[in-house]
Design a protein around this ligand. Structure first.
Ligand code: FAD
Ligand code: FES
Ligand code: MG
Length: 279
C-alpha cells in the first residue's frame, strides 16, 4: 500500500499529493510516470512523476480532477490514506543533455511534468527559459519552483488575471523569434502541444511533447495508448510518452482522447450523484 503523507490543494480541482513509494522514488527520472489504482475495484490512471525524494522514499503527483477517478482521488483520499497500487516508474526518461538554450512550456496541469524536466535541463548546464500558462490565476501553481529553476519565466493566463493575457504559444513565438533556441519541450493539453509544435516548426526548432493518451496497463500490452508517429503505430507508454512533436498525428490523437466522452460523463455524474446523496 502507498500511503499519502501530504496533500495540498493547489487550486480549484487541483491537488498535490506526496506518496510513499520508495522503490519508485529511487529510480524516478524526469519524463516518467506511474500508473495508480486507488482501490481494488478502481481503474488504472497514469500520473506523471512531478517530483520525488529518494531519501524520504516519496514521490509527488499533481492531479487535476477531471472525471470519476481523479474526483475520487481529490475528494476522498487525504493524508494517511493509502493508494492500492502505484506502478512505475514507467515510460522513457526525457533526453537530458547540454543543448544550449532551451524553452520548457507547461500548460495547465502540464506545469507539473515540465518542472522536473526543467530542473534536469538546468542541472545539465542549459539556459532554461520557462513559459507556463493556465486558464486563470487560480489554476497556476508551482510558479515559485519554476522561478527557482528557470533563468527566465514567462507566465500567461487566458483571462489576463495573472501575467500576460493569452496563451503560451504567444511568448513561445516571441522567444523563438528573438533568440537562438536549441530545443523546446511542451507539455499540456493535446491542443496546446499541437499549436506549440506548429510554432516551433515555423522557426525550425526541434520540439518534444509528452503524449497524454488513454492508458490502461502502461506496459505495451493493451494497445490503449496507440498513437501515430511518423506514420507508424507507436505505444505512448513504452515508446514514449515523449515524441518529436512534428511527427505526431495530432488529429488522430485528439479523436482518440474523446472516444469515451459519454461513458466518462456518465461515470462522473453517477459518482457525484451517489456522493451528494442524490441517488
Ligand atoms: P475520465 O472522465 O475517465 O476522463 C477524462 C479525460 O481523461 C478523458 O476524456 C481522457 O482524455 C482522459 N483519460 C481518461 N481515462 C484515462 C486513462 N486511463 N489514461 C489516460 N487518460 C485518460 N493528469 C493529471 O492530472 N496529472 C498528471 O500528472 C498526469 N499525467 C499523465 C501522464 C501520462 C503519461 C498520461 C497518459 C496522462 C496523464 N494525466 C495526468 C491524465 C490523467 O491520466 C487523466 O486525466 C485521468 O486518467 C482521468 O481519469 P478520470 O477517471 O478522472 O477522468
Ligand atoms: Fe496499454 Fe500502452 S497503456 S499499451
Ligand atoms: Mg476514468
Amino acid at each position: 500500500m502507498y500511503r499519502i503523507v501530504r496533500k495540498k490543494e493547489l487550486g480549484p480541482n487541483l491537488v498535490e499529493l506526496e506518496v510513499e513509494a520508495p522503490l519508485v522514488a529511487v529510480k524516478a527520472q524526469p519524463g516518467q510516470f506511474v500508473i495508480v489504482r486507488l482501490h481494488e475495484k478502481g481503474e488504472r490512471i497514469p500520473l506523471t512523476l512531478a517530483d520525488w525524494d529518494a531519501q524520504r522514499g516519496t514521490i509527488t503527483l499533481v492531479a487535476q480532477m477531471l472525471g470519476k477517478t481523479t474526483y475520487q482521488l481529490g475528494l476522498e483520499y487525504g493524508e494517511g490514506d493509502c493508494l492500492q497500487d502505484v506502478v512505475g516508474p514507467l515510460g522513457n526518461p526525457s533526453e537530458i543533455e547540454l543543448y544550449g538554450t532551451v524553452v520548457v512550456v507547461g500548460g495547465g496541469v502540464g506545469i507539473a511534468p515540465i518542472y522536473p524536466i526543467a530542473r534536469a535541463l538546468r542541472e545539465a548546464g542549459n539556459t532554461v527559459i520557462g513559459v507556463v500558462g493556465a486558464r486563470t490565476k487560480a489554476l497556476l501553481f508551482w510558479l515559485d519552483r519554476m522561478e527557482q529553476i528557470c533563468h527566465e519565466l514567462h507566465v500567461t493566463t487566458d483571462d489576463g488575471s495573472h501575467g500576460r493575457k493569452g496563451v503560451v504559444t504567444e511568448p513561445l513565438r516571441a522567444i523563438l523569434a528573438a533568440r537562438k533556441v536549441a530545443r523546446v519541450w511542451a507539455i499540456g493539453p493535446a491542443i496546446m502541444m499541437k499549436f506549440a509544435t506548429q510554432t516551433a516548426q515555423e522557426f525550425a526548432v526541434p520540439i518534444i511533447v509528452s503524449l497524454n493518451t488513454i492508458m490502461v496497463d502502461g506496459t505495451g500490452m493493451c494497445g490503449g495508448c496507440r498513437v501515430e508517429v511518423q506514420g507508424q503505430a507507436r505505444f505512448a507508454c513504452v515508446d514514449g510518452p515523449e515524441f518529436d512533436g512534428t511527427q505526431v498525428h495530432w488529429d488522430l490523437l485528439l479523436a482518440r482522447l474523446g472516444a469515451y466522452k459519454e461513458e466518462e460523463r456518465c461515470a462522473l455524474e453517477q459518482y457525484l450523484a451517489v456522493k451528494e446523496g442524490r441517488r
